[in-house]
Design a protein around this ligand. Structure first.
Ligand code: DER
Length: 228
């Protein structure tokens, strides 16, 4: 459909940022999946050599099938480029991510990359963050208190259910619980991020602020290149 074509076009454009010899962070989600497929084809064509690390077990499996050489996490490992999707792209390339549950490893790689390139279809561009429920990764023990505290901050937190084993809660690759927080509006993402970071038991939140270097957004047959 239209959005799928946009995802594919944004993913194809992102290939132009990949240079021979790069260390590349591989994002998670359906748009990143298109990028990984295309990157694998490019490598098989012999045009360039890169090494990569994945932001989720699902992405790792895709990358292996695509024949992309993978690097295990190690001290001093920095990525020249990470390519990843987003659930919302707001002002100054502030992002909400985590719709796919990979927010922790995504943020680890995003902060260990010299360049974070976001690829997205046009539905992700928003005038203000917060229509998409904000994902949190929470340590199971802390869950009740985290839910209470997030509610006090004005959020309406809901446990994410496992797609296959509902009504069991969904778990991240780390085995933590995923919570989606609906806020009426998010006028001050920076303040909310600081408040969330102070709540013990929240391992990661889906506000990616000041991390994206650029975003390629496909809109119909247009490609927008956005910078912060
Ligand atoms: O979970 C994530 O952060 C993914 O990148 C997600 O936000 C993008 O998913 P999509 O590319 O399937 O829309």
């Amino acid at each position: 459909d239209r959005l799928d074509k946009e995802k594919q076009r944004a993913a194809a454009q992102a290939l132009r940022w990949v240079r021979d010899g790069m260390l590349v962070g591989l994002g998670s989600g359906s748009t990143a999946a298109y990028f990984i497929q295309l990157l694998g084809q490019t490598l098989r064509g012999g045009q360039l050599q890169i090494q990569a690390t994945a932001t989720s077990l699902a992405t790792e499996a895709l990358a292996r099938r695509a024949g992309i050489p993978l690097l295990e996490p190690r001290r001093g490992l920095r990525f020249d480029l990470t390519v990843d999707g987003a659930d919302e792209i707001g002002p100054r390339l502030t992002l909400i991510k985590g719709g796919g549950g990979a927010l922790l490893r995504e943020k680890v790689l995003a902060t260990s990359s010299d360049y974070l390139l976001i690829i997205a279809d046009s539905s992700k561009l928003v005038p203000q963050l917060g229509q998409f429920p904000l994902p949190l990764e929470v340590v199971p023990f802390a869950l009740p208190w985290v839910l209470d505290t997030v509610a006090l901050l004005g959020g309406n937190p809901k446990l994410r259910l496992d797609k296959k084993k509902a009504p069991q809660p969904a778990h991240s690759d780390q085995g933590n619980i995923l919570v989606d927080c609906h806020f009426k509006s998010l006028p001050d993402p920076n303040q909310l991020a600081l408040q969330l970071q102070d709540i013990p038991g929240i391992v990661e939140h889906g506000l990616f602020l000041g991390l994206a270097s650029a975003a390629i957004v496909a809109e119909g047959d247009q490609l927008l290149l956005l910078r912060p």
